[in-house]
Design a protein around this ligand. Structure first.
Ligand SMILES: Cc1ncc(COP(=O)(O)O)c(C=O)c1O
Length: 431
């Protein structure tokens, strides 16, 4: 695989930008400079073409550079943009669509990133309850800010311990975020009891996709809701990945569990920058966008025409076309195909996934939480992905990262991927 041009450009990127990337997790080997994206494919500076399952960490549910979404964005910005005052027609239309589809969304506010959305949701929960503490789960990611940036992809010996994700974080923020084990209701109950009257909210990725795909056990999400109710805390579903990807109503619709607050982003606008926080009207009206509200909510670019038009187009397409039926069918074709390959090769591996998302863990049982993932063969996981990449299949070459199928992937793409997977695994087993 030729990567000479990528290497040259990467050296230049490093002159102007620390590490040459604009998000820490983007620094992977091989370092590629991407120049073009179309449908299910991405292209690098040396002209290599990849079938993309990374999907930019999840936004691309319809496929890259989707003509319908792009067309609606161009149409919008030829007419309108951003005012910094009042309300736009696009904001009203998008808010109506979200409230129509997402069960917990009685009202919604727009911002620009998932991190902003979780920040706002947590601050709101503190204002509503008059409490400080927050519960999150080991391995879940909710953005880069101090309230949540701890115990993400912790080193194994730091699981459940005090593990801030960054230097420079406020001790008060770190220590007021309590860490529980996913799929362990007893642990959550114990934490609530030990901090009785102090927990403002529990935030959870309904499916922790930041560590691949760990499914909630039967009754787990409902159990979280019951515990939040019993201990007077707000339940926040962080649906930044699951929202719109697993159902137009989010995973809450699939699970039949309605949280107090929901954060959304990524697949909501098929790659364009917009995010949202939504929830019960009585809580949402505490934001100071509402007269008398006392929880600050602001952002120069909130509700920009680019993001709102893209989200309207994306959700509109989901309402009119069999987007979810397609990605679920192809996701299942991929998972069952990979399982057959593992069986043929007698491999110790499990394929985890839901709908359009999947990953292969190289271990002999289905993990239920982050602790279990110590059993995954991380070295094999990354080497496997690098070999796929060399053959034109782009899955993030990093441990525990998930893959995404989009509306632009075809059955032929899946079958081709399965062929490459089988030949790569055979080669690796022979080594
Ligand atoms: C579940 C979840 N919440 C929040 C975020 C933060 O979103 P953003 O990167 O848009 O700030 C992410 C990002 O990956 C995420 O996966």
């Amino acid at each position: 695989m030729e990567t000479k041009r990528s290497q040259e450009l990467y050296e230049e990127a490093n002159l102007y930008t620390p590490g040459g990337v604009h998000t820490s997790i983007r620094n992977v080997d091989p370092h590629l400079i991407f120049t073009k994206a179309e449908g299910a494919y991405i292209y690098d500076a040396d002209g290599n073409k990849y079938l993309d399952y990374q999907a930019a960490f999840g936004p691309y549910i319809l496929g890259h550079n989707h003509p319908y979404v792009n067309g609606k964005v161009i149409e919008a910005i030829q007419r309108t943009d951003l005012y910094g005052v009042g309300t736009t027609d696009l904001e009203i239309e998008l808010a109506r669509m979200i409230c129509r589809n997402v069960p917990s969304a009685e009202q919604v506010l727009f911002c620009n990133s998932g991190s902003e959305a979780t920040y706002h949701a947590i601050r709101l929960s503190r204002a509503v309850t008059g409490r400080t503490r927050l519960i999150k789960f080991q391995g879940c990611y909710h953005g880069w800010h101090d309230y949540v940036a701890r115990n993400m992809l912790s080193k194994w010996d730091m699981i459940g311990k005090r593990d801030p994700g960054s230097a420079g974080m406020m001790d008060e923020a770190i220590d007021n975020t309590l860490i529980c084990t996913y799929n362990d209701l007893e642990d959550v109950e114990r934490t609530f009891k030990e901090n009785d009257g102090q927990v403002a909210a529990l935030i959870v990725e309904p499916i922790p996709h930041n560590i691949g795909c760990i499914l909630p056990q039967d009754g787990f999400l409902q159990g979280l809701k019951d515990l939040c109710e019993a201990y007077g805390a707000l339940l926040i579903f962080d649906e930044v990945i699951t929202g719109f990807r697993h159902d137009i109503g989010g995973f809450q619709k699939v699970a039949g569990v309605t949280p107090d607050l929901t954060t959304m982003g990524k697949a909501m606008a098929n790659g364009y920058p917009i995010a949202a926080v939504a929830g019960k009207k009585e809580y949402m009206q505490r934001f100071n966008t509402y007269p008398g509200g006392d929880v600050w909510f602001a952002g120069t670019y909130n509700g920009h025409a680019v993001g709102t038009a893209a989200a309207i187009a994306t959700i509109d397409l989901m309402e009119r076309e069999p987007v979810h039926e397609h990605v679920f069918r192809l996701g299942e074709r991929m998972r069952s195909g990979i399982r057959e390959i593992h069986a043929r090769l007698g491999m110790k591996a499990v394929v985890a996934g839901f709908g359009s998302v999947w990953t292969t863990y190289f271990m002999d049982f289905m993990p239920q939480n982050y602790t279990d993932l110590q059993h995954n063969d991380a070295d094999f996981y990354v080497r496997y992905r690098k070999k796929l990449l060399e053959r034109g299949i782009y899955k993030m070459p990093m441990n525990l990262k998930r893959n995404h199928v989009g509306y632009s992937h075809t059955e032929q793409d899946i079958d081709h991927t399965l062929e490459v997977i089988e030949s790569v695994l055979k080669e690796m087993l022979a080594e």
